[in-house]
Design a protein around this ligand. Structure first.
Ligand SMILES: [Zn+2]
Length: 368
């Protein structure tokens, strides 16, 4: 199953220049070979198919070296597009191929994924020959990117349509299980079943290494070669950490979606954020946001329900056994407590996750 994602691109000046060159070169190649094909048919009744055109393009590039400055896959794609136009014409699905005009309101070119040449790095989209382009990352791309169409509007705005191959989900049997999740810092998540989910050790190790590299970088002299080296090393490590985290969150979200028909969480950023702002900023923000997103779209795939309870719901302070509220539990350091009303013993996070589940089911109208 293919899924298309549309993003606004914000290329810098030099990236804009290369994109514009690519648009122009693709148009040129398309028109040039359309002309060649018409001529070949007129004069010698020969059909120049894609293979012949592609072979000829190599020769043409020697004559017109500016064609080498742009994405070669995009140029080949123009030839394929031309071939498709011809096929459509022959099969009476469309009129005879038209020459492309530079005055067309929408200019675009398409390029294919080859050897990981297209990828998302943070808030940048890496495109062949263009480099890392800033883009409005409105959502995560799921699955494997197969191609990207870069478009330029008449008003000079740039967009990318990213096509990804998303694995087709098998339908799941309805589950009778429901779970509440308390997201935190101590443990990544505590489930209403009592299970505490910790971040993997590999992640903690990679993060420690990252912090060490950050300190090392700050000691290097500005503008020095060594500083540049350290910066590259740091960027690679950042990516490593992000990949480990993403992989872990994928596995966890898939597992939770498979096991449960209903998943309830809090909208609010996890408790404890105030206490350790820097840590939570670095580790938490990205993880929790990504995790919630993953749960949402996987729920959509598999017909599960993910519900966020009201942000002012005091999940930690309510006794999940009798429902009375104990305001003393606001104190984050209290990990265990006994309900003064019904004497039930509580683990702070497990109690909270049970309450989140209960509240979620009430809000969903599944219990009174
Ligand atoms: Zn109680």
């Amino acid at each position: 199953m293919h899924k298309a994602y549309n993003f606004r691109l914000y290329p810098n000046k030099s990236q804009q220049t290369v994109i514009n060159q690519t648009l122009g070169s693709c148009r040129f190649v398309y028109n040039y070979y359309l002309d060649r094909r018409i001529e070949a048919y007129k004069t010698v009744k020969e059909t120049l198919n894609y293979t012949k055109c592609a072979a000829n393009l190599k020769e043409l590039k020697k004559e017109l070296p500016w064609l080498k400055a742009v994405d070669s896959i995009a140029l080949q794609q123009s030839l394929r597009d031309l071939d498709v136009s011809y096929k459509n014409f022959f099969q009476k699905r469309a009129g005879f191929p038209k020459f492309k005009s530079r005055r067309n309101n929408k200019q675009s070119y398409r390029t294919q994924m080859v050897n990981n040449n297209i990828k998302v790095m943070g808030d940048k989209l890496v495109l062949p020959k263009i480099g890392a382009v800033s883009f409005a990352k409105s959502r995560e791309i799921e699955g494997n990117i197969t191609s990207v169409t870069v478009k330029k509007t008449a008003s000079g705005k740039y967009f990318a349509s990213v096509l990804a191959d998303v694995h087709t989900p098998k339908s799941l049997k309805v589950s009778s299980q429901k779970v509440g999740i308390d997201l935190g810092l101590r443990d990544l998540a505590v489930l209403s079943t009592g299970e505490a989910i910790k971040n993997p050790k590999t992640l903690a190790e990679a993060e420690r290494k990252l912090q060490k590299m950050q300190r090392e970088l700050s000691r290097k002299q500005k503008g020095s070669k060594n500083r540049n080296k350290a910066r590259i090393k740091l960027a690679i490590q950042h990516e490593k950490v992000a990949n480990i985290r993403k992989d872990f969150l994928h596995k966890l979200s898939t597992r939770l979606i498979h096991e449960n028909q209903v998943i309830c969480l809090e909208t609010l950023s996890p408790k404890g954020m105030m206490k350790n702002r820097r840590l939570s900023k670095a580790i938490g923000d990205a993880s929790w946001g990504t995790f919630k997103q993953m749960l949402l779209y996987k729920a959509d795939w598999y017909g599960r329900t993910v519900h966020f309870v009201d942000r002012f719901f005091p999940s930690s302070q309510i006794c999940s056994a009798c429902g009375c509220r104990n305001k003393e539990i606001k104190d984050m350091t209290i990990r265990q407590w006994q309900c003064p009303h019904c004497q039930a013993l509580h683990q702070r996070d497990i109690n909270a996750s049970i309450n989140i589940l209960q509240q979620g089911l009430v809000e969903l109208g599944m219990i009174a």
